[in-house]
Ligand binder design. Sequence first.
Ligand code: ADP
Ligand code: MG
Length: 212
Amino acid sequence: MSLTGLQVKDLFMKLNEVMAKNKEYLTTLDATIGDGDHGLNLNKGFTAVVDKIKDEDGNNIGDMLKKVGMALVSNVGGASGPLYGTAFMKAAVDVNGKSQVDLKDFRNMLQSALEGIKMRGKAELDDKTMVDSIEPALNQLKKSIDEGDNAVDALFKVKEAAYNGVEHTKTIIAKKGRASYLGDRSIGHQDPGATSSALILETIYEYVKSQT
Ligand code: ADP
Ligand code: MG
């Protein structure tokens, strides 16, 4: 199973809808341990993404993802904009010139995205950030590819791993970002960025399933 460039573009339309639908939810999570703008930030960011890629013909997925990253960096005020922006720009390099992406491309892209986020934000696993859902998701994706899972099964397990990571963020102290100002008081609350990352991975799963 692979996605064409036009399907990837369509997936960004879905991501925009998902971020609009979860605007309040993500903002409420961020209000508890941050400044209450994560949902607003991502809604604004993905609205800009959709506008930026509206004329894409899908022939170069790398180019499209570069535009996605740039739209996020320049339209999102919070920490998450540059972090997600870097993630998409790094993933773009792996599929430069490609008009289709398969599960192995996606593994390379997720790996590059995670490396970009870690490089930019200096967060590691267990710092209670988006890394805590993306890293377990990537590890699961590698395992699924090694074990020969089909794309839908693999992506289901990947989004489950991401949500397990979100649950884990409830048990740890924030070491990066605004939530780190709370110290111990951040325990018991789930990280908004880990949650939005899991939502993105869930949307990818739902999209690929709908196209199969
Ligand atoms: P801000 O914190 O500037 O208001 P957002 O509310 O949009 O930005 O995003 C907050 C999320 O960003 C956090 O929940 C966390 O997952 C993520 N985050 C913050 N700092 C870092 C970092 N240094 N590395 C990785 N992720 C981070
Ligand atoms: Mg915030």
